[in-house]
Design a protein around this ligand. Structure first.
Ligand code: F6P
Length: 346
């Protein structure tokens, strides 16, 4: 209950690319809001598009049962950015107004926005427009500023690691170089973690610009030293020449051309985002959800739930908006990997 002791009515939306754990977070917010605080919970369809189009339904406790382990999002998602102006579409400037109007018409006391960087930026802008907003960070990319970790990341690391594990045996049988392209947008977290977990010999991430010559030299040396095969883990966001649409494909082609060593590529793609969340993600998402409901109960709006130094806490959306959390080139993990002989192409 709020200061005026009237039970609150809250809206939940999920926006941006999906990831494992979103439903666990919806359940965490919703159940805590209903069971502990007696709130009414409204599920908004397809991210910010649902607010613009006024598409929503009430979520009861029974709607929230049985979704903890489900991948994807029961609410649907979209990459709708209501404040973005392309100048090409009619009525673009009306979107924020519609959102405000519908927020009022739906009689919401707060909006819970579950999403990544883009979602948090919009959430902040809506909060600047006077809406009560709470953010919950999710993404397989782990690149949201203000939180040490996001849910979705652990599941994706597990999936990517399993894929790398499986490449070892086939690479060994054929004595090949295997390049695997890992998602992560402009951040290298997923490639770095799965690369280390899967024993990648080379890990290339956007935060550490590599020198192709150094990579080729490293691969030739391994072949000269009778290493039967090599695993090259490549983040999708590394710099490649204009016109190349896959870092993994480009690099595999270059390796084969330059070294003459038989090379194959795997672009892991959306498998990394699909399916059931790992136990760690289920716990993190549930706790983030519960913490989101508590922020609302305390009327601490304009904040994003976060995990910092082992604690669940929150940060101002104004501090998060517009920033990206990248791997620091001198991250201890990078240093340790290099000391074990992993090449970052530098
Ligand atoms: O942010 C998650 C992510 O999967 C990134 O790793 C990737 O670059 C992007 O989304 C893909 O976006 P879309 O779903 O729009 O193809």
């Amino acid at each position: 209950m709020g200061k005026n002791s009237k039970p609150k009515r809250i809206g939940i939306l999920t926006a941006g690319g999906d990831c494992p754990g979103i439903n666990a977070a919806i359940r965490g917010v919703g159940k805590t809001a209903i069971v502990k605080y007696g709130m009414t919970v409204i599920g908004i369809s397809d991210g910010y598009a649902g607010l613009i189009n006024k598409e929503y339904r009430e979520l009861t406790e029974s709607d929230l049962s049985g979704i903890l382990t489900l991948g994807g999002t029961i609410l649907g998602t979209s990459r709708e950015k209501p404040f973005k102006r392309s100048g090409k579409k009619k009525d673009e400037t009306r979107k924020p107004l519609l959102i405000k109007e519908h927020y009022e018409q739906m009689a919401l006391d707060c909006l819970v926005c579950i999403g990544g960087n883009g979602t948090m930026k919009t959430a902040h802008m809506l909060s600047e427009e006077g809406l009560n907003v709470v953010g919950i960070p999710k993404t397989i990319d782990n690149d949201i500023w203000g939180t040490d970790i996001t849910f979705g990341f652990d599941s994706a690391v597990n999936i990517a690691t399993e894929a790398i594990d499986r490449l070892h045996s086939t690479a060994n049988s054929h004595k090949r170089i295997m390049v695997i392209e890992i998602m992560g947008h402009n951040a290298g977290w997923l490639a770095l973690y799965s690369g280390m977990a899967g024993g990648g010999d080379v890990i290339l991430i956007p935060e550490i610009p590599h020198d192709e010559k150094v990579v080729m030299e490293y691969l030739r040396k391994r072949a000269d030293n009778n290493k039967p095969y090599t695993i090259v883990v490549v983040a999708e966001g590394i710099k490649v020449p204009e016109g190349e649409n896959s870092a993994g494909r480009y690099l595999a082609k270059r390796i084969q051309e330059e070294t003459g060593l038989e090379t194959r590529e795997t672009v892991l793609g959306y498998i990394q985002r699909g399916g059931t969340p790992s136990p760690m993600d289920r716990v993190l998402a549930s706790r983030f959800g519960a913490a989101g409901a508590t922020l609302i109960a305390k009327e601490e709006y304009g904040r994003m739930v976060a995990h910092r130094d082992g604690q669940i806490t929150s940060v101002k959306l104004s501090e998060v908006a517009g920033k990206t959390k990248l791997v620091k080139p001198d991250d201890p993990m990078v240093k340790q990997a290099r000391e074990m002989g992993t090449s970052f192409g530098i």
